[in-house]
Design a protein around this ligand. Structure first.
Ligand code: SF4
Length: 234
């Protein structure tokens, strides 16, 4: 598929989300306190992606959209952030999740490695699933990760080509202070010694932090990309 004309894959079931990770509360994946859901599977496969373990469509936890809505609302946060993997590769199921979350008055922020023009072109060509997820997203963060264009200024994004696109007014205030909003990195060391990381830091900074903890992330589980994510242990 050419760089100029990628179309979201349809790898997922419309009735099940293939979920890689659920994080009930975080302040590192968008404005305010949010619930984050990483999905399994990404057809884009950017060079330099830190999350190749999320490329395969195999390995995710299948979750019904209604169940995931309940889990998100029970978390009691400001809203939901969808990250990848690639959310638009399973847009049908995720649009149902996003719809339920928004119907309860919460916001939805969606990260994607597709460009906005690719998504709108797919929607206009009849991809109702893509149109539905766009229609249930308040803030879209769009574009592939480009390893030679690391963004060290804006929060939440991995590279300078990625753009914030407000699709509704619900999260408009969150972009007002973007220039002064720092990136955050959350590191949780569990009782078993398992290190779970989310948020964004440049890879060298992340490695330095983890070295202080006496560990390094396994290959393929470092800070990322279309949206930073890392978890793992050694
Ligand atoms: S950076 Fe994001 S869009 Fe690109 S390959 Fe990795 S998970 Fe997919």
């Amino acid at each position: 598929m050419s760089e100029s004309g990628r179309t979201p894959a349809t790898s997922g079931s419309p009735d099940l989300v293939s979920m890689a990770r659920f994080l009930g509360s975080t302040r590192a994946e968008g404005p305010g306190e949010r619930t984050a859901v990483w999905v399994q599977g990404c057809a884009i496969r950017c060079t330099g992606c830190f999350n190749p373990h999320l490329w395969s469509v195999r390995g995710g936890e299948p979750v019904a959209p209604a169940e995931l809505v309940t889990r998100v609302l029970d978390a009691g946060t400001d809203g939901l952030t969808l990250l990848g993997g690639e959310p638009f590769d399973q847009a049908a199921a995720l649009s149902r999740v996003a719809s339920g979350v928004r119907a309860a008055g919460r916001s939805v922020m969606t990260f994607t490695g597709y460009r906005t023009d690719e998504l709108h072109r797919a929607a206009e060509a009849g991809r109702d699933d893509v149109a539905a997820l766009l229609g249930e997203t308040d803030l879209l963060v769009a574009g592939p990760f480009l390893a030679d264009r690391i963004d060290r200024v804006r929060p939440w994004v991995g590279s300078t080509n990625q753009e914030f696109v407000l699709l509704t007014d619900r999260m408009a205030d969150s972009l007002a202070g973007l220039a002064s909003t720092p990136d955050r990195l959350e590191i949780v060391v569990g009782a078993s010694g398992r290190v779970a990381v989310n948020g964004w830091a440049a890879p060298d900074v992340l490695d330095e932090l983890l070295a202080d903890l006496g560990t390094r992330l396994p290959t393929g589980s470092s800070a990322s990309a279309c949206r930073p994510h890392a978890d793992g242990s050694e």
